[in-house]
Design a protein around this ligand. Sequence first.
Ligand code: 5GP
Length: 120
Amino acid sequence: MPTIFAKIIRGEIPADIVYQDDLVTAFRDIHPMAPTHILIVPNKVIPTVNDLTADDEQIAGRMFIVAKILAEQEGIAESGYRLIVNCNEHGGQEVFHLHMHLLGGRPLGRMLGERSKVSE
Ligand code: 5GP
């Protein structure tokens, strides 16, 4: 079963694509949690961070470089932003096609909100 993101990358379902190259595609999140909320996704299906291998080093690196370029394009490089990669259940991952969230355009608060103690 292709993931929803694989369909977006192939142009089979619409999305606001802001960047695409041979390794990654970036598009705006359908439910933005900040003025800038972009997903940076490998073109190749890698379900989670756990599935990355040494062969994926270039892809993983490209995701960071594209995040940096898009932060500049969005005008949030100086004010700041957050990059998030959720993994599996405790990470809150919903779509099992690796993706990096680029969030910015407003103060984002503490990293984990209220329940941020190690024991919770
Ligand atoms: P996760 O929780 O897996 O880290 O994040 C998945 C993200 O994908 C969510 O922020 C969700 O809003 C976004 N998303 C889910 N389906 C679609 C879609 O069809 N189009 C777009 N643009 N974003 C989606």
